[in-house]
Design a protein around this ligand. Structure first.
Ligand code: ADP
Ligand code: MG
Length: 184
């Protein structure tokens, strides 16, 4: 099966979760991440959920209320994005492709982030990711050192699958679902 066919099937499956189930499972995933936050401050890249993606709102609230710093993607072109600081929810604005982004000018280099939390339409146990098909994260991470940022995929357990990655596909270091931490 092609990555594109599998991607569509997995997104359909994710869309099939009820709003209430998605919220409950998303909150479980947020709580797992909150428990992982160390005592020292981190620069954390995350994203604002679109459609049926895992919604990390409670995690974001925790980060913004602490000495950690939050950054979210801003789409710049058909192939590129940057990570913009988000300090309050008032800075959220509608961006390209209907993806919420930040109004802040301040950005950070991908490699300067400690963690990068990445949504996916699918994942496998080896740490491979199916995104939305734009290759944005693959490109954004292409020139980063392998150890920074730590790439953390978040997904509902039902998004697990098996597929062959393409040569440009970047892998996750960790995948966090409502059920488990999977280490590559
Ligand atoms: P996604 O990662 O969003 O699931 P794909 O891995 O299928 O999507 O990538 C989408 C497109 O992005 C592919 O057609 C691929 O050619 C392109 N692409 C991804 N990473 C790179 C890269 N590092 N350099 C050039 N093109 C890339
Ligand atoms: Mg890819």
């Amino acid at each position: 099966m092609s990555k594109n066919t599998l991607r569509s099937q997995l997104i359909e499956k994710r869309n099939g979760l009820s709003v209430a189930a998605r919220k409950a499972l998303s909150d479980d995933i947020s709580n797992r991440l909150i428990e992982l936050l160390p005592n020292h401050s981190l620069r954390i890249g995350s994203y604002i959920a679109l459609g049926s993606e895992v919604d990390l709102t409670p995690l974001h609230a925790k980060i913004m209320a602490s000495s950690n710093r939050l950054y979210i993607p801003r789409i710049l072109s058909k192939t590129t994005m940057e990570m913009a600081a988000l300090d309050t929810v008032e800075q959220l604005t509608q961006g390209t492709y209907g993806i919420q982004t930040s109004t802040q000018d301040e950005t950070i280099a991908m490699r300067a982030l400690d963690w990068l939390i990445i949504p996916c339409s699918g994942f496998d146990r080896r740490g491979y990711r199916l995104g939305m098909g734009g290759g944005y994260y693959d490109r954004a991470l292409e020139n980063c050192p392998p150890e920074t940022p730590v790439r953390i995929g978040v997904a509902f357990a039902t998004q697990e699958s098996e597929f062959e990655p393409d040569p440009w596909d970047q892998s996750f270091d960790w995948i966090i679902t409502e059920n488990e931490f999977i280490r590559r």
